[in-house]
Design a protein around this ligand. Structure first.
Ligand SMILES: Cc1cc2nc3c(=O)[nH]c(=O)nc-3n(C[C@H](O)[C@H](O)[C@H](O)COP(=O)(O)OP(=O)(O)OC[C@H]3O[C@@H](n4cnc5c(N)ncnc54)[C@H](O)[C@@H]3O)c2cc1C
Length: 454
C-alpha cells in the first residue's frame, strides 16, 4: 500500500480542478485521483457524431467568475475557446404558446409587453418588502418579493439551471448570493443597484465553450494527472492518522482525502464514517434531443428558449448551438438541441427514441417554422442527474462542515453540495485546495452575488 499526500476521489470537473489548484499552489504534493468510470470528466462529455457536436451535460459556463477565468488562463486554451457574448445573443421565453425575447436591461423590461403595467409596478414592491428570515422555496420567496406574475421567469431561471421545481427548491441553498443581497440591502432591487454602483467594468459576460465541446476542458485538466481509471472507491476509513481508501483496483492510503463526488455518490461513503441526515437528494434527469436541419430553415437568432412549467409543454426548452458556437453541424446544416425531462417529467424517459423525437419536433414546430421532419435526429439520454438543493438542504451542508471539522484531513467538494454549475465547482475547488494546504476545512464558502442572466 503506497502512501500519498492527497487522494482525490472522483475525476469530474471538481476532482480535476482541485488537483489543478493543488498542483499550482503546492507542486511538491504527490496526488492520486481515483475515478470509477473509464474516462475522466463525469457529467461533462461531448458527443461527436455524424459531423455534429452536442453535449451530454453542460453546454458552457459564464466567464464572470474569477476562479474559472484563472483556470482557463492556466490551461492556455485560448485557441480552443469559443465565446458567445450574452449582449449579442437573444434568449427567449415561451409564453402563451409563443416565443418572446427576454429583455435584459431595466428600460427594456419597463417597455416590454411581457407583463401588464400593474405587474410591473408590483415588481417595485420589492423595495418595501421586508426580507423573511426563514428558509423559503424559490416560488414563495419570489412571490413575496415581486408578486406571482414573476413566477414564469423564476421558473425558467431554475429550469435552465436545475431543471428543477421552484415549489421545492430552496432559495437559500439554490441562490445564496441573491438571498445575501436581499438580506444585506433589505431588498433585491436596492441591493442590485448598490452592487451595480460598486461594479468594476460594465460588460455582460459571455458563455464559454470550446471548439471540441466542453469535454476539451476536462481532457486538458486530466492530461498531466496521476489518475487511475476504472477504480471505484468502495469504502473510506481512517486509522493512525492515515486515510485508507478501498477500491476494486486495490487499497490506497494518504494523509489527506478529498471526496470530489456528486453529493449522491458521496453521502453513502461518508455515512459509514458518521451517519448522514439523509442518503440522497432528488436528481433531475435531462435528455438532449439533437436535431439537424438544412441551413435555410429559420431558427430564431439567439441562444435558445425556455418554457416555464405553466406552459405545460413537452420540451423544457431548446438551445440553438449553430448561432452560439459555430462549427457544430456538417456543412449546409444547422443543429438544435431540445432539452426534455427535468424533475417534473421523469416519465418522458419511458418513451422510445422515436417517440421522444416525434414529441419534441411537434412541440417545437408550434414555436418556429420547422419542416415536418428533421434531416438528422439523435436522442442523448441522461447518465448523470442534476442534484436538487431543495428545502432542508442546509442540514446536508452542516453535516459536511461537521465531517470536515471532525475528521482532520478530510475535504468534501462537488456536484450538489453548494451549488450545481460548473463555475461553482471550480470556485469550490480552489477553496478546497486552499483549505487543504492550510489544513483546515469545515466552513461554507461565502455566498457570492452574481448577475442573473435569463
Ligand atoms: C444534464 C446536465 C446539464 C448541465 N448543464 C450545465 C450548464 O449548462 N452549465 C453549467 O455551468 N453546469 C451545468 N451542469 C453542471 C456541471 O456539469 C457540473 O457542475 C459538473 O460537471 C460537476 O462536476 P463534479 O466533478 O462535481 O461531479 P461529476 O461530474 O458527477 O463527477 C464526479 C466523478 O466521480 C466519479 N465517481 C462517482 N462515484 C465514484 C466512486 N465511488 N469512486 C470513484 N469515482 C467515482 C464519477 O464517475 C464522476 O466522474 C450540467 C449538468 C448536467 C448533468
Amino acid at each position: 500500500m503506497t502512501n500519498h499526500d492527497v487522494i482525490i476521489v472522483g475525476a469530474g470537473l471538481s476532482g480535476l480542478s482541485i488537483a489543478h489548484f493543488l498542483n499550482k499552489l503546492r507542486p511538491d504534493l504527490e496526488l492520486l485521483l481515483l475515478e470509477k468510470s473509464d474516462r475522466p470528466g463525469g457529467a461533462i462529455q461531448s458527443l461527436n457524431i455524424d459531423g455534429f457536436l452536442a453535449e451530454w451535460g453542460p453546454h458552457g459556463f459564464l466567464d464572470n467568475i474569477e476562479e474559472s477565468r484563472e483556470l482557463l488562463d492556466d490551461l492556455k486554451l485560448d485557441g480552443d475557446i469559443q465565446k458567445a457574448p450574452l449582449r449579442k445573443f437573444l434568449r427567449y421565453i415561451c409564453l402563451n404558446g409563443r416565443l418572446k425575447t427576454i429583455p435584459q436591461t431595466p428600460p427594456k423590461i419597463i417597455l416590454s409587453d411581457l407583463l401588464p403595467l400593474w405587474a410591473k409596478l408590483r415588481l417595485l414592491g420589492d423595495l418595501w418588502r421586508r426580507p423573511l428570515p426563514h428558509e423559503q422555496t424559490v416560488a414563495d420567496w419570489a412571490t413575496h418579493r415581486f408578486g406571482r406574475s414573476i413566477l414564469p421567469f423564476a421558473d425558467i431561471i431554475l429550469t435552465g439551471t436545475y431543471a428543477g421545481d421552484i415549489e421545492k427548491l430552496s432559495i437559500d441553498a439554490a441562490m445564496p448570493g441573491l438571498r445575501k443581497l436581499e438580506m444585506e440591502a433589505g431588498s433585491v432591487l436596492r441591493g442590485a443597484i448598490r452592487s451595480q454602483k460598486n461594479k468594476v467594468g460594465n460588460g455582460m459576460p459571455s458563455m464559454v465553450s470550446f471548439k471540441m465541446g466542453m469535454e476539451r476542458l476536462v481532457i486538458k485538466l486530466a492530461a498531466d494527472k496521476n489518475l487511475v481509471l476504472n477504480s471505484e472507491v468502495k469504502r473510506l476509513s481512517k486509522s493512525d492518522g492515515l486515510w485508507r481508501v478501498d477500491t476494486n483496483t486495490g487499497v490506497y492510503s494518504a494523509r489527506n482525502l478529498v471526496v470530489g463526488l456528486h453529493i449522491n455518490r458521496a453521502l453513502p461513503l461518508l455515512n459509514v464514517l458518521q451517519t448522514a441526515p439523509q442518503l440522497s437528494v432528488p436528481e433531475a434527469m435531462v435528455a438532449n434531443i439533437l436535431l439537424g436541419f438544412a441551413d435555410d430553415v429559420k431558427i430564431p437568432f439567439g441562444f435558445g428558449y425556455l418554457a416555464p412549467t405553466s406552459e405545460n409543454r413537452f420540451a423544457l426548452g431548446a438551445l440553438f448551438p449553430t448561432h452560439m458556437f459555430p462549427g457544430r453541424a456538417p456543412e449546409g446544416m444547422q443543429s438544435l438541441e431540445v432539452l426534455v425531462g427535468g424533475i417534473r417529467n421523469p416519465h418522458h424517459f419511458t418513451l422510445s427514441d422515436d417517440d421522444l423525437i416525434e414529441a419534441a419536433c411537434s412541440d417545437l414546430r408550434q414555436l418556429m417554422p420547422l419542416p415536418e421532419k428533421p434531416i438528422y435526429a439523435k436522442v442523448i439520454r441522461p447518465r448523470i442527474g442534476i442534484p436538487q438543493l431543495e428545502i432542508g438542504h442546509a442540514r446536508l451542508q452542516t453535516y459536511r462542515e461537521t465531517m470536515e471539522n471532525g475528521f482532520p484531513g478530510l475535504f468534501i467538494s462537488g456536484f450538489g453540495w453548494e451549488g450545481i454549475g460548473a463555475n461553482e465547482m471550480i470556485k469550490q475547488a480552489k477553496r478546497t485546495a486552499e483549505n487543504l494546504i492550510r489544513g483546515s476545512g469545515g466552513s461554507r464558502g461565502p455566498a457570492t452575488v452574481k448577475g442573473i442572466y435569463v
